[in-house]
Design a protein. Structure first.
Length: 248
């Protein structure tokens, strides 16, 4: 079931008030902007740093997270530089040290890494169309499939929420990695995502998932909020709960 985003007239930026011992609240943050994002290059697992704009975005999302007034139990990050730099900015603001996790890396796109679409089409004719049309199963030369990324992200997620029962945590990762995880938690088909862009997160976009350990369901309560980049007083984009979900 699709989750329809909507604006809520709330007096603060806070997304959640209390967490029970049978819940885990997970803030999923995409890294800040890089030069490759601007140039629309496939970054994959290349270790690209934040741009100056990306550094400002990281500081902005850090302030927004501090406004949540939650006692975050842990801060996890992909070990790639652009995610880790974003996580360090968050950690400095919240008094947390990022724990580096290889499983949170972006999809490995093999020989496409560092290339723009025209270069990929010239070197690998027709493969971009296959990438878009066969979202879950297509493997870039020397890379991963989206389904493989989704599985490693989900495996890590299940372990993390088990370890942090009754807590709120922050996870800093990458566009495709987070896209695949949010899709899986909501039962969305990977094959539909490129067309609908349903689970996409912008640079430093925030999604929030509430995991319930009693009914073993994960519910998305915030999807790709960029309120911290628009206005410090902007209300977040809350999403309506789905009656569907995956065991977590």
């Amino acid at each position: 079931m699709s989750l329809a985003a909507k604006q809520q007239n709330q007096p603060t930026n806070r997304t959640w008030e209390t967490i029970s011992e049978d819940q885990t609240l997970i803030y999923l943050v995409r890294h800040g902007q890089t030069s490759y994002n601007i140039e629309r290059r496939f970054q994959g697992q290349l270790d690209v740093p934040l741009s100056e704009e990306g550094e400002e975005q990281a500081r902005a999302v850090s302030a927004w997270l501090a406004d949540q007034q939650l006692n975050f139990g842990a801060l996890y990050s992909s070990d790639l530089k652009r995610a880790l730099e974003t996580a360090r900015a968050i950690g400095e603001r919240l008094g947390l040290v990022p724990q580096q996790v290889e499983a949170l890396r972006e999809i490995h796109v093999g020989e496409w890494q560092g290339l723009v679409s025209d270069e990929i089409e010239a070197r690998f004719p027709g493969q971009l169309s296959m990438w878009r049309d066969q979202a879950s199963g297509f493997r870039t030369p020397g890379g991963e499939t989206t389904a493989e990324v989704q599985q490693r992200m989900f495996d890590w997620y299940v372990d993390a929420i088990t370890r942090h029962r009754g807590q709120a945590i922050i996870v800093v990762s990458h566009g495709m990695a987070l896209w695949s995880l949010v899709a899986g938690l909501n039962g969305w088909e990977l094959s539909d995502l490129e067309r609908t862009r349903q689970a996409k997160q912008g640079n430093t976009g925030v999604s929030v998932v509430l995991a319930d350990h009693v009914n073993r369901q994960s519910r998305t309560i915030l999807l790709n909020s960029l309120a911290h980049l628009e206005s410090r007083t902007a209300a977040p984009n809350l999403v309506e709960p789905s009656s569907e979900g995956t065991a977590a």
